[in-house]
Structure formats: structure tokens, C-alpha cells
Design a protein around this ligand. Sequence first.
Ligand code: URA
Length: 237
Amino acid sequence: MKLVKLIANLGYGSRKDVARMFREGRITDADGEVLYADDEVEHARVRVDGEPLDPPAGMVLLLNKPVGYTCSTRDPGRIVYDLLPPRFRLRSPLLSTVGRLDRDTSGALLLTDDGALLHRIVSPKAKLAKVYEATLASDLRGDEAAAFASGTLMLESEDTPLAPAGLEVLGPRHARLTLTEGRYHQVRRMFAAVGNHVETLHRPRIGGLPLADLAPGQWRLLDHRDLKVLFDADQRG
Ligand code: URA
């Protein structure tokens, strides 16, 4: 791909803006040699104002989403893209969230511009475990684990039962729930179906990939090793 297109696709500006950056000599190779718009140079060797280019298409990142941010590009309030470099919103192909977390849910959120990978992660066939920790308004009754594991629990206004889900009781009003599907507001609706109410919800892990030491609002790029950990068969639900 011609450099001008590559750099514009990474969100540095329109092709016109990027053509101007070339004319201004701001785009160089790793040795400081000025590059031209129709050069074809290895991504890793290109510099803009002396800085390496953003990652190429095929980018995957893990964000620790704080409460109060929506997984949307249009919401007038705080959105998860506000936590990333502004250029990332202008990339082509688009950087999308892999599924969604509610505004009031915190935790592990993947974003990628790789459509095939996105589908692989969300596909029910992948059976990737999504692990949630919930604090509840009322004490657990004791029959929730059996109801969630049954494979027959039906959510209001749906006509297919939920796949079996695992519940671990962490305290009288504190539970860890492991799901392999991602229906709308699923965790909140599951607890509503057993007469409870979710007060706080956090996702510490997707598949084999934990948030580890990412603080709320922090993100990191994932590499091939991380993706292997994400899809680790032992961590499936
Ligand atoms: N289930 C919910 O209810 N909310 C989320 O954000 C994720 C799963």
C-alpha cells in the first residue's frame, strides 16, 4: 500500500492532510531520510515527526473500562474511545468494541479493527468464558447456582433458554458468574430472574486473559501470545 494511504488509514489525517505532511518533510524512515507519498516502505521503518507509526491494521487492545463510559461512538456522554489516543477513532478499518459492557459495568473490554477476529471471539462456538463479579442488593437465596447451571433459565421476553452458566458464591451478596454467551444486560437480567438486583458489576477476565495490573481507564496492545492466552482451551466456560 502507498504510504499516503497507509498513514491516512491510521487516522493521521485525510489523504490531503497526509500529502501535506509529506511535502513538509515530516515523514521519514528510521534513518531520518525524507519519504515520499507513493513510496512503499515497511511499516516499522516509517516515522512521523520522528515517532514510530501507530500499530498497523490487525490491532487488538485490552481496556479496563471504568464505570460511566459507554461502548458507543455516538453517545453524547463519556465513551470508551475517550480513553484512547484520538487518532484511534479515525482509523480505517474501524476500531470496534468486541461486544459491549453497560455504562455502569467496569472491567475487561477488547477492541479490534480485525473483523474476523472479532467474530471469532464473540462466536458462541468459541465458548469464551466471560467472567463477572457482581455485588447484589439482597442476600443470595442458595438456589441461584442450580438455576444458572440448568440450561433452562429463560430471560423475560426471550424464547430460547440461557446456556448453562457457572456461579461461585464469594459472600452473602457477592458472586462470580461465568458466561459463554453475551445477551443484552445478561448478568443483570439473570439476577433479576432469581429475585435479586445487581448493584455493581465488574468483568475481571475474558477467556484466559485477565486484566491483571491494568488500572481503570488503562489499556494495552495485545500480541500473539496474549491472543493465545485469550483462546486458551482450559479457560473456556
Ligand atoms: N451483563 C450485564 O448485565 N451487563 C454487562 O455490562 C455485561 C453483562
